[in-house]
Ligand binder design. Structure first.
Ligand code: SAM
Length: 280
């Protein structure tokens, strides 16, 4: 018994199933079930929600989510070695856990989920940012998810919540903060994981806003932000000069001095610039 459920402790599970961690799959496991239950609690009340979990591995967070009362969990795991372990968890929580063996970048989970939907994951470092960007840039808003509770390397977490004027401020901060509330809710040292990674980690909680914080066309905003931060040390009149010959006027009409650098410009001004560039 592990304390949070009737299943065996994770160290025992890993030894029985010979689940040695694979670096190529970004496998740094959380084996402390009190900790995984605490992460699950950061997602809020899940009793009326379906939860999408990416990369359950040996199931530490999965068990946390289920023990904390998630209505249902759909877990997508690429490593086939984890399937027998996850099947044991599914048997202990009848009708509440479904597992898809596959690559989260390829599988469309929507057909298997009923709203409201929360996403929770200790993300594999090699696909974490790509998944986050996909979840933040769907075709329509609001998105299929209500909240994201995600473990990242600390440095990535800081880029998500960064404010203007900081080195971490850039595309990820603007994408995240335009249409969601984002905050760091937990910090974890390398020793919390097996094997320990080189760097610290943090859990970020994002709640989808019903509407974007400021109006802007998503494609235009993405283009402007990407161009501005591709050359973040340049003044905006230089970094954006390929967009239109009258970029200085457009910047001024958005209330931005053409000599400003992207790092200094707040979200609201980027949205104003996207609007100023939207008409010919
Ligand atoms: N959730 C477990 C925990 O907290 O202990 C494992 C987290 S580990 C950081 C990342 C997990 O994602 C691994 O189990 C790995 O096999 C899985 N994974 C890696 N790439 C994946 C992908 N493209 N799609 C789905 N799962 C993937």
């Amino acid at each position: 018994m592990s304390g949070i459920d009737s299943l065996p402790p994770l160290r025992e599970v890993i030894a029985t199933h010979q689940l040695s961690a694979r670096k190529s799959l970004g496998q740094n496991f959380l084996l402390d079930l009190n900790l995984t239950a605490k992460i699950a609690r950061q997602a809020g009340d899940l009793s009326c929600m379906d939860v999408l979990e990416i990369g359950p591995g040996p199931g530490g967070l999965t068990r946390g989510l289920l023990a904390e009362g998630a209505r249902r969990v759909l877990a997508i795991e690429k490593d086939s070695r984890c399937q027998p372990v996850l099947a044991e968890i599914a048997a202990a929580y009848p009708g509440r856990l479904d597992v898809i063996e596959g690559d989260a970048l390829e599988v469309d989970p929507l057909a298997h989920l009923t709203p409201p939907i929360a996403i929770a994951a200790n993300l594999p470092y090699n696909v974490g940012t790509e998944l986050l960007v996909r979840w933040l840039t769907p075709k329509d808003w609001p998105p299929f998810w209500s909240s994201l509770t995600l473990m990242f390397q600390r440095e990535v977490a800081e880029r998500i919540v960064a404010q203007p004027g900081s080195k971490a401020y850039g595309r990820l901060a603007l994408l995240s903060q335009w249409r969601s509330d984002a905050r760091i809710v937990m910090s974890l040292p390398p020793g919390a994981f097996t094997p320990p990674p080189k760097v610290s980690s943090a859990v970020v909680h994002l709640t989808a806003l019903p509407e974007p914080r400021f109006p802007a066309d998503p494609k235009m905003l993405e283009t402007v932000v990407a161009r501005a931060f591709n050359q973040r040390r340049k003044m905006l009149r230089a970094a954006l000069k390929g967009m239109t010959p009258d970029i200085e006027d457009r910047l001024r009409s958005a209330g931005i001095a053409p000599t400003e650098r992207a790092e200094q410009v707040p979200l609201e001004a980027f949205c104003a610039l996207a609007r100023a560039l939207a008409h010919p």
